[in-house]
Every structure is written in C-alpha cells, then in structure tokens.
Design a protein around this ligand. Structure first.
Ligand SMILES: *[C@@H]1O[C@H](CO)[C@@H](O)[C@H](O)[C@H]1NC(C)=O
Ligand SMILES: *[C@@H]1O[C@H](CO)[C@@H](O)[C@H](O)[C@H]1NC(C)=O
Ligand SMILES: *[C@@H]1O[C@H](CO)[C@@H](O)[C@H](O)[C@H]1NC(C)=O
Ligand SMILES: *[C@@H]1O[C@H](CO)[C@@H](O)[C@H](O)[C@H]1NC(C)=O
Ligand SMILES: *[C@@H]1O[C@H](CO)[C@@H](O)[C@H](O)[C@H]1NC(C)=O
Ligand SMILES: *[C@@H]1O[C@H](CO)[C@@H](O)[C@H](O)[C@H]1NC(C)=O
Length: 272
C-alpha cells in the first residue's frame, strides 16, 4: 500500500499528462514522439492559421499528421485516419507539409507513428498567410575549380535600376559598381554534403539539415548582386575533393515572424 501523499502525486501526474499541450501562435515548437502523452496538441482559436510540420530526424515509419478545426475542447478525440467532420491530413513531402484554414473554435493536431525509437519534429503555427516552414528556391552554382566552388542563394532583395527613356538613352557605365545593399539580410546557412552520403534521402527540412556536418570550408560569405534579379547570399567554398558530386542545401532561418523560418531547398551540383 502506497502512502497517501504519493498516491496523490501519481494521480496528479496522470491528470497533467492527459491534458493536451497548447501550441503557441507565430512560433516553432520542437517535439519528440517518445516524450508525447497524448500524441496530440491543442490549437488556439484564430480566424485563420497555417499549420506546418517539419521532420527533424530520419524515421522509416512514415508518420502521419492530422489536424481538425472543429474545436480544441478536451472532450474532442484526436483527429486520425478515420476522418470525420473537419479532419484533414497534413501530407509530408520530403519531411515537410502544411495546411491552412479557419480555427474559429480552435483545433487539434495529432501525430500517428509506429516508430518505437521515436523521432523529432517541429510544428509551426502562423497567423500570417505564409506557413513558418516552406520550400525556398534552389541555390545556384556560380563557378567551380577542382576543389573550390561559389554557391549563390536565390535572390532575396530587389534593387532599382534606372531604365533609360526618351530622349535620354545614356547607357550605364560598363564598370557598374554593386547597387546599394539591402537594409537587412535573411539568415541563410549553407549545408554541403557529398551526394553519395545519402542525406539527400532524409528530410529536406531546416531542422534536419542544420544538424548535418557540412563538407569543405566556407572561406567567405557575403551578399552579391550577380544580376538584375537582386541581391543573393554568396559562399566561397574550398577544401572540396576533386571529381566528387556534392549536394548543396540552403536553410533560411528568419528570426522575425511572420517571415518564413527553417526553410530549405536542394540543388544537385556536379563539380569537376
Ligand atoms: C516542397 O517542394 C516539393 C517539390 O520539390 C513539393 O512536392 C512539396 O509539396 C513542397 N512542400 C511544401 C510544404 O510546399
Ligand atoms: C475548417 O477548414 C475548412 C477548410 O479551410 C473550412 O472549409 C471549414 O469551414 C473550417 N471549419 C470551421 C469550423 O471553420
Ligand atoms: C541621362 O541618364 C543618365 C543615366 O541615367 C544620367 O546620369 C543623366 O543625368 C541623364 N541626363 C539627363 C539630361 O537627364
Ligand atoms: C568606371 O570607369 C570610369 C572611367 O574609367 C572611372 O572614372 C570610374 O571611377 C569607374 N567606376 C568604378 C566604379 O570603378
Ligand atoms: C542563423 O541560422 C542558424 C541555423 O539555422 C542558427 O544556428 C543561427 O543561430 C542563426 N543566426 C541568427 C543570428 O539568428
Ligand atoms: C556525378 O553525377 C553525375 C550525374 O548524376 C554522374 O554521371 C557521375 O557518375 C557522378 N560522379 C561520381 C564520381 O559519382
């Protein structure tokens, strides 16, 4: 027979464990399925929300995520594959997925997985139309030598170029300098791996890729207006192995909501 105070403590812990954790607006939260009880979350009331999921570790169990936007009441059961009114699946492609809709009475998010070893994932709730996790455009391979490369991100800041017009068709100087730099630069991180290492088969998410070791050495990271499409981040990489295929990813992590966070993308780059 347990002492009474210990019994109280156990029942209090059970009651606490059964309450669903509430997700916070305009932020990304990290979880591991081994430490989820129950495997579902409560979503606060909001006119419109974009819910996004990013897998942060490799799992072979093909987890499924379901959202319901009928209510966040404790009496409501977890949304699941059986469907029902207002139950939607957030399908993951390369570890990333999102769903947007109205949550006038709040909602629920649940995860279903058969992975006994557990896996980690991030959930983002955005009150903006843009989800907090999203794909960003492919990086661009600038130039290579046998063991060096210049990699550029997609353009992130436009600039104005005066267009000549009648009657003044003065051409710009042939030696144009760089246009005025943008006032702020998104936080972009380059991750380069040997293509044969196969991390390209894992999730293409910021949280997963940021945890991987990157090949070569970044000698310099600057911003560069390569063409009229705008300023890009530019990385000068060295220490690569000749005749090896590398894959480059760019992860963009903006700390300022409601801009995109933890986004990433992939480019297959063949280096000579
Ligand atoms: C990310 O891009 C892939 C194609 O590369 C697409 O199938 C997928 O739906 C996109 N994911 C999101 C969340 O937009
Ligand atoms: C849930 O979202 C769907 C799709 O956006 C929408 O049609 C439906 O009205 C929403 N349910 C509620 C209760 O708002
Ligand atoms: C013609 O255009 C050039 C380049 O934009 C500018 O420097 C120059 O002042 C202009 N001249 C006149 C007369 O507007
Ligand atoms: C471009 O060339 C002109 C003429 O040689 C020179 O006066 C000017 O300083 C140069 N501008 C830049 C940005 O190098
Ligand atoms: C930039 O992003 C990286 C990786 O996502 C992160 O480790 C770093 O703290 C960020 N830096 C700033 C200044 O936010
Ligand atoms: C690099 O990639 C190209 C194109 O996918 C392939 O033809 C070539 O065999 C690869 N080289 C190595 C060393 O893996």
């Amino acid at each position: 027979m347990l002492p009474e105070s210990l019994l109280c403590l156990i029942s209090a812990t059970l009651a606490f464990a059964q309450a669903r954790q509430q997700l916070t607006l305009d932020s990304v939260a990290s979880f591991n399925t081994l430490r989820l009880n129950p495997p579902s979350f409560s979503i606060p009331q909001e006119e419109r929300l974009a819910v996004s999921i990013a897998l942060c570790s490799v799992t072979n169990s093909q987890p499924r995520f379901f959202v319901s936007n009928i209510s966040n009441s404790d009496a409501q059961s977890d949304p699941g594959p059986a469907g029902g009114t207002s139950v939607f699946e957030i399908k993951l492609v390369d570890g990333l997925g999102s769903w947007a809709g109205g949550f006038p009475n709040g909602g629920l998010l649940s995860v279903q997985s058969s992975d006994a070893d557990g896996f980690s994932f991030d959930v983002g709730l955005s009150t903006n139309t843009e989800p907090l996790h999203q794909n960003i455009t492919l990086p661009f391979l600038g130039d290579t030598t046998s063991n060096q490369a210049i990699i550029l991100s997609a353009p992130f800041a436009k600039f104005d170029i005066p267009v000549p017009s009648y009657p003044n068709y003065t051409l710009p100087a042939a030696n144009m300098s760089q246009p005025p730099p943008p006032s702020s630069t998104p936080n972009m991180t380059l991750i380069v791996t040997e293509t044969s290492r196969g991390i390209t088969g894992g999730p293409r998410t910021g949280c997963f890729l940021s945890s991987q070791t990157t090949a070569g050495a970044i000698d310099e990271q600057t911003i560069w207006a390569r063409d009229i499409s705008g300023y890009r981040s530019q990385w000068l990489l060295s220490g690569l192995t000749p005749s090896t295929n590398y894959t480059a990813f760019v992860v963009q992590d903006s700390t300022k909501p409601p801009l995109s966070a933890h986004s990433c993308t992939l480019s297959h780059s063949v280096l000579g």
